[in-house]
Each structure stands twice: as C-alpha cells, then as structure tokens.
Write a protein that binds this ligand. Structure first.
Ligand SMILES: C[S@@+](CC[C@H](N)C(=O)[O-])C[C@H]1O[C@@H](n2cnc3c(N)ncnc32)[C@H](O)[C@@H]1O
Length: 213
C-alpha cells in the first residue's frame, strides 16, 4: 500500500498503461469507500442520500467519519418518509444533515475542508456539471472527488459532464469502478494542469515583449 491514496492512484494509473478513464478491475464503490477508510479520509459529503444506505456503509467502513448528508428529500418523491428513515438509520452517526438542494448546501461547507465528496443527486447534465464545479472547491488538495452512475441511461448527463470537466480542467488521471452503474473519481490536484498557468500580468508582459521585438 502506498503512503497516500493519490500515490496509490498514480501507481494504479501507471500500471494500467491506458488513458483515462481507467476502469479499475474488481474495484467497486464499496471498496473505494474501504480505501478512504484505510487512508484516513474522515470528513466527507454525500450529495444525494436517498434512504442513507450508502451513507451507512461509509460510517461502517470509515473510522471517525463525519459526513455531510445533503438531499432535498422532496415530498413529491416520498421525501418525508425517506428523510425519516435516514434520521433513524444514521441516528448514532456523526452527520450534518442538510435538507436542502445541493446548491443551497454549499454555504454550510467551507472551501477546501472536505477529504472527499460523493456526487449522486440530479443526474442531468446541468446539475451534474454544476455539482462537480462547485463541490470540487469544497475538497482539499489530495482529496477525492467522486460520483455515481457513469453509464448511459435515459436523460443522463453524467458521462458528458465528467468527460468535459476532466478534459477542460486538465485532469488526465481519473478512474471508474468496475460496475455497470460505475462510480467515477479522481484525486484533486493530481496531474492538474492549470489552463492559464501564467498570471494575467505576465501574459501581458510577454505580449508587450513580443511587440517590442
Ligand atoms: C440516486 S439517489 C441517491 C442515492 C444514494 N447516494 C445511494 O447511493 O444510496 C438521488 C438523490 O438525490 C436527491 N436529489 C436530486 N436532486 C437534488 C438536488 N438538486 N439537491 C439535493 N438533492 C437532490 C434525491 O432526492 C435523491 O434522494
């Protein structure tokens, strides 16, 4: 086992000799959670909780976990009974339960404070893209940005949102679990290439030099 989870991911990436997304054979989303536990990722957020079954699994496999559980539990989709079952299921767990939309909940979580985020709320393109952009900011460098359902289904925008985000943010090493309803993930900061590495000032300076030459 490598000294950090990003180092472990780097090793898996090198071994695979593929380009992203690299599907990690035999890795499931539950095993991914086990790794988060092994590497001491203790402050997380699940965006889209439903009945809290996966949140419960996280608590059972990540020692000392604190989890923000974000879901609007909309009444139209039996939200109230789901919310009540989450309260029962997670009653002894260290949660911050936020019954809000994923956008409203952003104000409750400081930037760069999370070890991981798991995005699994509205699966249409605009929502997935917005959740990735805004919830990534809440994750510290070396933390994990992840989400569910990287596969093709009706009205699904997960694949295009994840593909475009990684491409535009220069995330060259990212992964899928080996499941039909795959989980996508990467370590924040790993192989991140700033599309504008120079400050605006130095860009202007070099433009000025070009003109003078
Ligand atoms: C697929 S379920 C989550 C399943 C859960 N992560 C699991 O693995 O068991 C999606 C959840 O996202 C919630 N949701 C949908 N749109 C949302 C939004 N904009 N903000 C917050 N929650 C949302 C729904 O209420 C629903 O409970």
């Amino acid at each position: 086992m490598k000294e950090s989870f990003p180092a472990q991911l780097e090793a898996w990436y090198e071994k695979a000799e593929q380009i992203s997304p690299v599907r990690l054979r035999t890795l499931t989303r539950k095993k991914l959670i086990d790794y988060l536990g092994l590497y001491g990722f203790t402050n997380g957020a699940e965006i889209g909780v439903d009945r809290g079954r996966f949140s419960k699994y996280m608590f059972e496999h990540i020692p000392n976990l604190h989890l923000y559980c974000v879901d609007l539990w909309w009444w139209k989709f039996r939200g109230e009974s789901k919310y009540q079952s989450v309260l029962r299921r997670l009653k002894d767990c260290n949660t911050t339960i936020l019954r809000k939309t994923s956008l409203e909940a952003l104000d409750d979580v400081p930037d760069g404070s999370l070890d991981f985020v798991y995005i699994d709320a509205d699966h249409t393109f605009d929502y997935v893209m917005t959740d990735i952009i805004l919830w990534s900011k809440k994750v510290r460098e070396g933390g994990i940005v992840a989400g569910h359902d990287y596969y093709r289904f009706r009205r699904a925008g997960v694949i295009p949102a994840v593909d475009i985000y990684t491409q535009q943010h220069g995330i060259t090493q990212w992964f899928l679990t080996d499941e039909k309803e795959a989980t996508w993930f990467w370590a924040k900061g790993s192989s991140f290439v700033d599309p504008l590495p120079d400050s605006q000032e130095s860009v202007q300076e070099s433009a000025q030099q070009d003109l003078e030459e």
